[in-house]
Design a binder for this molecule. Structure first.
Ligand SMILES: [Mg+2]
Length: 785
């Protein structure tokens, strides 16, 4: 499916029309889109000029495109601040201003002017913070990792810890500024890997804020991401957003699976669920401002340059490229492939020129590239002809667009790249020549540019052959490919990108607001009802309700404070307290058997042990258990094929656990197994399959937790005027169903699902986590009445 079709739907979503003029969009970017400077001629540093910042053009253009419909503000680091001196000479010299030398008044004047002229709010950072955050944690840890470069010098961790402290502190500064500026109804859009902790930091102060995060860089697979010492903190920081966007589908997938593998959170292709919050994940490939590029390339400054280049290389074919000289842009691979091209296709020697523009601050790479260029030019060049022209500096936009317009092919061989905008600009510039686009299949751009010639940058002969193919391609084929590429570039613009992201963000916020049909149980309300009742029934599930889910079932030891509160509740003569669990009698006796007044039910209602008794009553002894043979055969089949899974034999149930299996393969196998059971067993035997948390259970259909609640309600000599049933998985829904039908007032029913509010349930209330349940026990057990 092409990307246009994928997002078209959003144009028809009934978006919160009334919100359009209400809220603002608060962009949070690493740097504000303007460079701040000041003329030294002025007496005081109170008048500042702002020039558009170089780089990140696509992002800034996208952000800017939203002003048609929204009021927007931008929060970001002020960036380096300069002082221009024109000491009567022609050259204006610039000097960096030490931010710590700025007075409070000067900072205020910068902020005031920026706010008035550009709706920007600058964050001033001292040099240590910039070094630790940007040059430290961002550039030496996150950036390499996100681009698949694993650091080869592991240290004792002190430097990372120090840089991490700066990363955290600087993120907190951004978050504080956002919170300070926030007004109800605002939408917060945080950009890129410099600010991954900001969503959670903002969420901590503004629980209901609508927060989006877009990661412009790639996101690595979980295998690599888990190498990061602070992987959990980073992931949790990101997951607090309502929507996390990536450039490519692969990056989204990596993020979702990393959240499952590193944090153990439940996920679906749409996002990740944790502690009552659903974080949507989506793909939004950034484009370029196609109209702006189109008018630039036709401008009077560019056209003469195009002519000049055409004259200079009148009998040559031109290959162009512009890259940063870092480790992932593949310039060395490209030069090697170009040499291979000249060797394999000697007919092109003296007839093809590669014009390579680079920029970087990586000296080591500069040397390597310069050596390689010299080698190629020395071997294949002559006095009159140089095969590789290497320009190592930022070239002027006019020259750049002229180059793109004059080329016969563009050669993009990055070994890893989020989104390469040079490709897109090249397509816009080739509306007359229809030159070929050769793109590395390892870039984010490749996925959406099906009509380009895709290459593996590590396969030099493959790239060489593709260059040859590109230069010998028929005009007809070039035109067909160009038309398709142009249509893509024109429709997937920065405007489209920014609007789709915001639309999706609003849509997801709306969805989660609407689906909040299971309100969170308010403990003071619970306490009021508890206090005003005289006869109460309290039923709790064990795993995932009274104690957190653990990796191995036997590790689910009851928390000490929980036992204390439970015991106190049992000691109140007005209470009847039961733990109704899927566990067997032994486990329940071991953990809870010592609480005298507690009733216990094991194996999802198959066994009961009344308070003050030590005898287990088997409710299923007259049932036929022959079905077990068929089921165990199927369970064994899946156990053999799912490493880490195992079968638990209970007296009247069989459970297949996969919590130790691979977090993605396990659930996949469970679905297969369930289908298999439904077809082979369920249709002919009186049993049912229960989908538990990381397990499947088969048991007799007439036995379940709800039946126990029914029995307790029916057998009570005085009717209950307060019933609470609390549980976390599908087996507990049977209790909720029974309670729903119970013949007492609605306000006396407390069916409580432990989990997120958007989880489907029959329960009337939800509590996000086990600790919230324990807190509710505390409230009831220590209740003053
Ligand atoms: Mg449970």
């Amino acid at each position: 499916m092409d990307d246009t079709a994928k997002y078209e739907g959003f144009n028809f979503l009934p978006l919160l029309a009334s919100d359009r003029n209400q809220g603002r969009i608060i962009h949070v970017t690493h740097q504000i889109p303007f460079e701040i400077s000041h003329d030294i001629k002025e007496d005081e540093r109170l008048h500042w000029s702002f020039a558009s910042r170089h780089g990140h053009a696509a992002m800034y253009a996208g952000m800017h495109s939203l002003i048609d419909e929204w009021e927007t503000i931008c929060i970001g680091w002020s960036g380096r601040i300069y002082e221009n001196s024109d000491s009567c000479s022609e050259d204006v010299t610039r000097q960096e201003v030490d931010v710590s030398s700025l007075t409070t008044e000067e900072k205020a004047s910068i902020r005031r002017q920026l706010e008035q002229e550009h709706n920007c709010i600058p964050l001033f950072l001292d040099n240590e913070s910039i070094d630790g955050h940007y040059y430290g944690y961002c550039k030496t840890l996150l950036w390499p990792l996100f681009n698949y470069i694993v650091w080869n010098d592991a240290t004792d961790g002190r430097i990372e810890q120090k840089q991490w402290n700066y990363y955290e502190a600087v993120n907190q500064k951004y978050a504080d500024l956002v919170v300070e500026e926030y007004q109800t109804g605002d939408v917060i859009w945080i950009h890129d890997y410099h600010l991954l902790l900001v969503p959670n930091m903002v969420r901590a102060k503004l629980p209901k804020a609508r927060i989006g995060l877009f990661v412009h860089s790639p996101f690595p697979s979980s295998e690599l991401f888990r190498c990061l010492p602070k992987r959990q903190e980073i992931l949790k920081g990101m997951l607090a957003a309502n929507l996390v966007g990536f450039q490519t589908y692969a990056n989204s997938r990596h993020f979702i699976s990393t959240s499952t593998r590193v944090l153990g959170y439940e996920s679906s292709p749409d996002g990740v669920e944790y502690e009552g919050h659903f974080c949507h994940v989506g793909t939004f490939p950034i484009g370029i401002d196609a109209d702006a590029v189109d008018s630039l390339r036709k401008s009077s400054d560019v056209v003469p340059n195009i002519k000049a280049i055409a004259e200079m290389y009148s009998d040559k074919k031109i290959l162009v490229a512009r890259d940063k000289l870092d480790l992932v842009q593949g310039v060395l691979q490209k030069l090697a492939a170009f040499e291979k091209f000249l060797i394999d296709y000697p007919q092109w020697q003296n007839k093809v020129v590669l014009i390579q523009v680079t920029s970087s601050d990586n000296v080591k790479n500069e040397h390597k590239v310069a050596e390689m260029v010299a080698h190629i030019n020395g071997t294949y060049g002559s006095l009159e002809f140089t095969p590789v022209h290497h320009y190592h500096h930022q070239i002027h936009a006019d020259e750049y667009y002229a180059l793109l317009s004059s080329a016969d092919a563009a050669l993009i061989t990055a070994v890893r790249d989020g989104m390469n905008t040079t490709c897109l600009e090249y397509v816009m510039c080739q509306q007359e020549k229809h030159g070929s686009l050769i793109v590395s299949e390892l870039t984010g751009t490749a996925g959406s540019m099906g009509s380009a010639l895709l290459v593996n940058p590590w396969d030099y002969s493959g790239v060489a052959k593709t260059i040859h193919d590109a230069l010998t391609m028929s005009e007809e084929e070039k035109l067909t490919r160009h038309i398709q590429l142009l249509a893509h570039v024109r429709s997937n613009t920065t405007t489209f990108w920014a609007h789709s992201f915001i639309k999706m963000l609003l849509h997801t916020c709306l969805l989660s607001e609407q689906s909040k049909n299971t309100p969170k149980l308010k403990l003071d309300y619970l306490e009021d009802q508890y206090n005003s009742s005289k006869k109460r029934l309290l039923c709790f599930d064990y795993d995932g309700t009274l104690t957190p889910i653990t990796k191995t079932p036997m590790a689910a030891i009851p928390p000490k404070n929980m036992l204390e509160y439970l015991e106190q509740l049992c000691n109140d003569p007005r209470n009847e307290v039961w733990v109704i669990s899927g566990r067997d009698e032994t486990a329940l006796t071991n953990w809870l058997g010592h609480i005298e007044n507690l009733g216990l039910s094991a194996e999802h209602g198959s066994f009961m042990r009344y308070p003050k008794s030590e005898k287990w009553i088997n409710l299923t002894q007259d049932l036929d258990m022959a079905w077990k043979n068929d089921v165990v055969e199927i369970f064994n089949y899946y156990t053999e094929r799912t490493t880490g899974s195992f079968v638990e034999h209970k007296r009247c149930a069989l459970t297949w656990h996969y919590r130790l299996a691979d977090p993605e393969y396990g659930p996949f196998q469970a679905k297969e197994c369930k289908n298999h059971l439904e077809q082979a067993v369920l249709s002919k035997l009186p049993v049912e399959v229960l989908v538990g948390k990381k397990n499947l259970e088969v048991r007799p259909a007439c036995v379940n937790k709800g039946e126990i609640v029914n029995k307790l309600i029916a057998s009570s000599p005085t009717p209950f005027d307060f019933i609470m049933c609390c549980g976390d998985d599908k087996t507990d829904e049977d209790m909720f169903k029974v309670l729903k039908k119970a013949d007492i007032y609605e306000h006396q029913k407390f069916s409580v699902m432990v989990g997120s509010e958007d989880q489907q349930t029959q329960a009337l209330w939800h509590l996000p986590t086990v600790s919230d349940v324990i807190e509710s026990l505390k409230v009831m057990s220590t209740s003053s009445y």
